[in-house]
Design a protein around this ligand. Sequence first.
Ligand code: MN
Length: 129
Amino acid sequence: MNETVVVRQTNQLPWNQGDERPDLRAKFLVDSTETNSHGLSCGILEVAVGGELPLHHHGPQEIYVIRSGKGLLLKSDGETQPVGADDVVYVPENGQHGIRNVGDVPLEFLWIFPTDCWQEVEYLYAEGD
Ligand code: MN
């Protein structure tokens, strides 16, 4: 067993930006690709002003912890719910969800998955991409 306790300095970690969604960028905080960890993973997603993580679902359940900004949580059937700093969202297995930045500063939240790493989560988008 590795019993080493790890501290990661969020502000020192680089942002990761994908090509497909220029309004989103991420930091991997606890993730088996970067830390000696398993079974739990956590990262930060930043949604640019006017941007959104579209409606999607995935097998693993998920928790969001909103850090800053003003968001609109997207749910199935077009339902929405405002969220802001310190709000916590629980998403059950395969629950449809997304989040839109409806404020005038970046929206930041932590995601937590019961997986070794973010890469093992298969995102299935409602809009079919
Ligand atoms: Mn999700």
